[in-house]
Design a protein around this ligand. Structure first.
Ligand code: HEC
Length: 161
């Protein structure tokens, strides 16, 4: 499945989580109990994925960016599926920016990537505002240090030809 189809399928389909688990390279043990993560855990994960997505795109590491976009899409789908109190419309509005980021990654288009990331970030904040969490304001990183424990430049084999 292309990255774009993945984003579309996960965000709009109610079977998103089972699809995500089915498609993971590392499925959980058959004995594991499927406990729902706390919503703040899913969101804290989304925050880190959003940050890494940004730095990977900025560094032109499109393989890593594609990977982080998948993880972030999974997190948003999980939030919607485990927490039905979240209005589904607030999740589906994320679809356009996610697709747009997928396009930018496929094209290796820095400008489109940055614009689409801002659109996505507005979507994060719109949902927070609508759910009495307007004080949680996400932004694209404004300069400063990326997570200092990960290297974001692509390795030789990860560079686009
Ligand atoms: C569809 C709604 C929705 C969307 C979209 C959404 N969030 Fe959230 N987010 C929430 C809700 C609701 C909470 C509050 C959870 C709580 O208080 O238990 C939250 C909380 C958070 C928190 C606080 C967690 C903490 O413990 O500090 C962060 C960070 C966060 N979201 C990041 C993001 C990011 C980044 C995005 C976009 C990529 C995003 N969220 C998109 C609904 C959403």
């Amino acid at each position: 499945m292309t990255l774009k189809n993945w984003c579309a399928a996960l965000v709009i389909s109610a079977g998103a989580v089972s699809a995500a688990i089915a498609q993971s390279d590392f499925p959980p043990s058959a004995n594991s109990k499927q406990a729902a993560p706390r919503l703040v855990e899913v969101m804290s994960m989304a925050q880190l994925q959003h940050l890494k997505l940004w730095h990977a795109g900025k560094a032109g590491n499109w393989d890593l960016a594609a990977y982080e976009l998948r993880q972030l899409t999974n997190s948003l789908a999980e939030a919607a599926i485990f927490y039905p109190a979240i209005p589904i419309s607030n999740v589906t509005t994320m679809k356009e920016p996610l697709l747009s980021i997928a396009d930018a990654i496929a094209a290796g288009d820095n400008r489109k990537f940055a614009v689409s990331m801002r659109g996505l970030t507005d979507g994060c904040n719109a949902c927070h505002a609508s759910m009495g969490r307007g004080f949680i304001t996400i932004s694209v990183p404004t300069g400063g240090q990326p997570p200092a424990n990960q290297i974001f430049s692509p390795s030789e084999s990860g560079k686009k030809k």
